[in-house]
Design a protein around this ligand. Structure first.
Ligand SMILES: [Ca+2]
Ligand SMILES: [Ca+2]
Length: 458
């Protein structure tokens, strides 16, 4: 660990290191701000955070009551600062009331048709869904629909001249909308296959006129019906690795709205390339894996420059866990949530963490930090195995300190505020003052985080 910032006259230290020809590896790698000029006028960027709630988890009870459960949480989430809700799949899957929705059969059966063993979906009836939507809209929540386009499930058996065998590709949904046949699945007249299949599900071809019409062209097709009649504001696209990014790009061009892809991969270049090709944001899987390496793997340097938030923050939806991946330990989750609430990107909170796992008071405090302090570009002030300090340069901005030592630690850091009293907005540490050059000594408790910003906010 470098002594660069540890309460030392590190300008002197850096000069010595520079003379020794070690300047680059010594000071800048550590992220020491000691050679940086005091930033007298901080970036004008103000916080403008959307806070997304993933309103479900994998094994929500198959009782047709979940829309009502979500409804009962709306006032609480509103007061916490949540601005958008990612709902589970609204349409009927092959398993009827037992389906989590990722086996789509009828995109227009929202729990009003008796097919596949039930009228209601796992989450409730169409009337209950409509009631939830009305209540959510009355509270100004944006609504994100979970859209499964890669595959379908639950069709009847029919013979395909392309595969020369029978498969479950005949879809005759009770809604009377979006009938499909073997011509709409791979292999067909257009393609033998596309980028990927999911298990043994019939793999939808998104380039037949029938499919393009029903996905996003027709006014009564899925995209525009969900937008105009159900009042969804955006889309979480499931398993986008399974088909061309041009499909999401075409959907977005025709339908518009918030667009978030589930490109499940730890390789930030792959995720970012997908974002560019699809004209869409994406969930920040690379950051989730980096946080796991940092907080569970006990090496906070794993955070530096990691994730889609580093490569393309405007299109990064950060998260700690979701219905599929819940790998970061309960012990590390408070640190991981603190990180996504001070970092760039739009955070998504997992229902289970908020309602049944973590300290809600502390999560609410972090949401407040995201919405009121965390703005502007990011500068890493210290990146080491056990301590990590970052600064957001907007207005008011924030300095966040992460510590996985057992004991308390203190560092002298460069803020953007001169002669200013700083408060730790977690409430764990005493106020500290910056000097005329903006330097301050901040403290972080053992195995914890601290969040410093001016005590007086304008
Ligand atoms: Ca019900
Ligand atoms: Ca596919």
């Amino acid at each position: 660990m470098s002594a660069v910032t540890k309460l030392a006259n590190s300008t002197f230290y850096c000069l010595i290191v520079a003379v020794l020809g070690l300047f680059h590896s010594g000071c800048s790698k550590d992220g020491s701000s000691d050679t940086e000029q005091f930033v007298s006028s901080a970036e004008a960027v103000r916080p403008d955070a959307q806070i997304l709630m993933q309103t479900f988890y994998w094994d929500v009870k198959p009782e047709g009551t979940w829309w009502d459960t979500i409804s009962s949480k709306l006032d609480s989430w509103k007061s916490s600062g949540v601005t958008a809700l990612w709902l589970p799949v609204v349409s009927k899957g092959q398993s009827g009331i037992h389906s989590m929705g990722y086996d789509p059969y009828d995109y227009f059966d929202f729990g009003q048709y008796d097919q596949h063993g039930s009228i209601e979906t796992r989450f409730g009836s169409f009337a209950e869904l409509k009631s939830l939507i009305v209540r959510a809209k009355a509270r100004n929540f944006k609504l994100i629909a979970d859209i499964v386009l890669n595959h379908n499930s639950g069709g009847d058996l029919e013979y395909s001249p392309y595969s020369k065998k029978s498969y479950w590709t005949r879809f005759s949904p009770r809604s009377g909308k979006f009938f499909r046949s073997f011509e709409d699945f791979h292999p067909n007249a257009l393609h033998a296959n596309d980028e990927g299949v999911f298990a043994e599900f019939p793999d939808l071809c998104h380039h037949t006129e029938n499919v393009k019409d029903w996905l996003y062209n027709r006014p009564d097709g899925i995209g525009k019906y969900y937008r105009d009649s159900l009042q969804f504001d955006g889309w979480r696209f499931d398993y986008v690795k399974g088909f061309s990014p041009s499909v999401v790009k075409s959907w977005n061009a025709a339908v518009g709205g918030i667009s978030i892809g589930e490109y499940w991969d730890g390789d930030v270049n792959l995720v970012n390339n997908w974002c560019k090709a699809a004209n869409s944001a994406a969930f920040d899987f690379p950051l989730m894996y980096a946080m796991k390496a940092a907080f569970d793997g006990l090496n906070l340097a794993e955070l530096q420059s990691k994730g889609l938030i580093a490569a393309n923050p405007a299109q990064a939806y950060t998260f700690v866990a979701n219905h599929d991946v819940d790998e970061i330990s309960v012990a590390s989750k408070p640190l991981a949530y603190a990180y996504i609430m001070v970092a760039e990107g739009t955070p998504c909170i997992f229902y289970k963490d908020f309602e049944a796992g973590l300290d809600k008071v502390k999560l609410n405090q972090l949401i407040w930090v995201k919405k009121n302090l965390a703005a502007g570009s990011t500068k890493t002030l210290l990146s080491s195995q056990y301590e990590y300090i970052l600064r957001r340069n907007g207005t008011p901005g924030v300095i966040a300190y992460f510590n996985i030592n057992n004991s308390d630690v203190s560092r002298r850091v460069q803020s953007n505020w001169a002669n200013t009293l700083l408060k730790d907005y977690t409430g764990a540490n005493a106020d500290v003052s910056t000097d005329a050059s903006g330097m301050a000594t901040i403290t972080c408790k053992g195995k914890s985080y601290a969040v410093y910003a001016p005590k007086e906010l304008n």
